[in-house]
Design a protein. Structure first.
Lengths: 280, 115
């Protein structure tokens, strides 16, 4: 049977993609950020997951406002990125696992989560940046992926509780898959940031620290928050924390934080990294 | 069910009202994912804006490149980022413009948030 080995969180800021392309790992601005990742890569080297389910939001590459799904999932043999308008390089494609995707779709829809299913899907920086951060050699090792998109672009967004419950269904669906797959779940985006309006540049370190702590042992702390509450506390784009909650909902066992890193600022954002082990 | 829609200072929630208002503007910005479209826009901005049916408020905001005006005209920041990117403006430049700060001061404000 498939097993969920853990959950990872990371910010997915596009500037990171450019910094990776330019190999700015030792640059003084970037070093405190990039230095958080090698311990997580060591953990991944030990655990060797077969599949990554990547929970992110599309920022206007695959979806436009003509059709804006609340939840969408990839079921394609491979996923490519593309020009997003400002210079993130096109990189090697990511492998999919359509059979596994369809198993998740069957079970999630059965559990009342009516996802949009995508047999073709472009993945943007929300997906590619986390994958590159955790698996710089993803193309060589051939790790398979399932992109899971949650709308954070156009309100109304799904609530923290709804996203956490989606994660719970996702976890059950993964663990009912008959193949012996090791699965890791990525919750991307966040932490506090706001790009738009006179409040641009808003960062809330106190709230972020609380998120980093409570998502490990007390994720249900957030379930009565509204999206508006999240925007007040974490900024307009800090509402991406719902992507972390969906990841956390999928972890079913004893969850232990193996590594964490929090750094301000990367671009306009407080960046948060967590590696959560999910013991049976 | 009612829920709290009280405005948050300095923040425009991009909801259905904004999505309807800004549809043409955002659709044009979405087209900038494609390099040929970016070149076509830069070659003749007015013709390109007409092609996408922007209203006068949206056209003026595009000509002026004033981000707060683009947002007021229904622009969504993720789509506007594609527009700003054509001019080499990143989110710190955009943040500085919206808050009336220099880019250096805006970056310093971000850095201080980490202290």
């Amino acid at each position: 049977m498939a097993r969920i080995v853990g959950g990872l969180t990371t910010s997915h800021i596009p500037a990171i993609g450019n910094a990776i392309a330019r190999k700015m790992f030792e640059d003084p601005y970037w070093k405190p950020f990039f230095d958080g990742y090698p311990p997580v890569r060591e953990w991944l080297d030990e655990v060797k997951p077969d599949v990554a389910v990547v929970i992110y939001n599309d920022h206007g590459l695959n979806f436009f406002l003509d059709k804006q799904p609340t939840f969408a999932i990839g079921a394609a043999p491979e996923y490519r990125n593309d020009d997003e308008g400002w210079g993130i390089p096109t990189i090697a494609p990511f492998k999919g696992d359509p059979a596994f995707s369809w198993h998740l779709i069957d079970n999630l829809v059965h559990d009342d989560f009516d996802l949009v299913t995508c047999q073709e899907m472009l993945v943007d920086h929300g997906f590619t940046v986390p994958m590159q951060l955790f698996w710089p050699n993803y193309a060589d090792i051939g790790i398979k992926t399932v992109p899971l998109v949650i709308n954070t672009v156009q309100h109304p967004l799904p609530s923290p509780r709804r996203c956490y419950n989606l994660g719970k269904s996702l976890g059950k669906a993964i663990e009912s898959y008959p193949e012996d797959l090791k699965v890791v779940i990525l919750g991307t985006g966040g932490l506090s940031h706001q790009l738009d309006g006179q409040r641009a540049g808003f960062i809330n370190k106190t709230f972020d620290r609380m998120c980093m702590e409570k998502i490990v042992d007390d994720p249900e702390h957030f379930l009565d928050m509204s999206i508006r509450d999240l925007v007040v506390e974490a900024g307009a784009q800090g509402a991406e924390f719902i992507l972390w909650l969906a990841m956390r909902g999928a972890l079913t066992g004893k969850v232990t934080a193996r590594h964490s890193n929090y750094h301000i600022p990367i671009s306009n954002t407080a960046s948060g990294l967590l590696c959560l082990e999910n013991a049976a | 069910m009612t829920h709290n829609k009280e405005p948050i200072p300095g923040t425009v929630m991009f909801d259905g009202t904004q999505a309807m208002k800004g549809y043409a503007l955002n659709k044009m910005c979405y087209s900038f994912n494609n390099k040929q479209n970016r070149e076509e826009f830069l070659a003749d901005e007015e013709a390109y804006m007409d092609k996408y049916g922007l209203n006068d408020e949206q056209k003026q905001a595009v000509r002026d490149k004033v981000v707060l005006d683009l947002i007021a005209a229904g622009g969504n920041i993720y789509y506007l980022a594609k527009f700003a990117g054509m001019y080499g403006l990143n989110v710190q430049d955009v943040g500085a413009q919206q808050t009336g700060m220099s880019v250096e001061d805006f970056k310093e404000k971000l850095r201080r948030a980490g202290e």
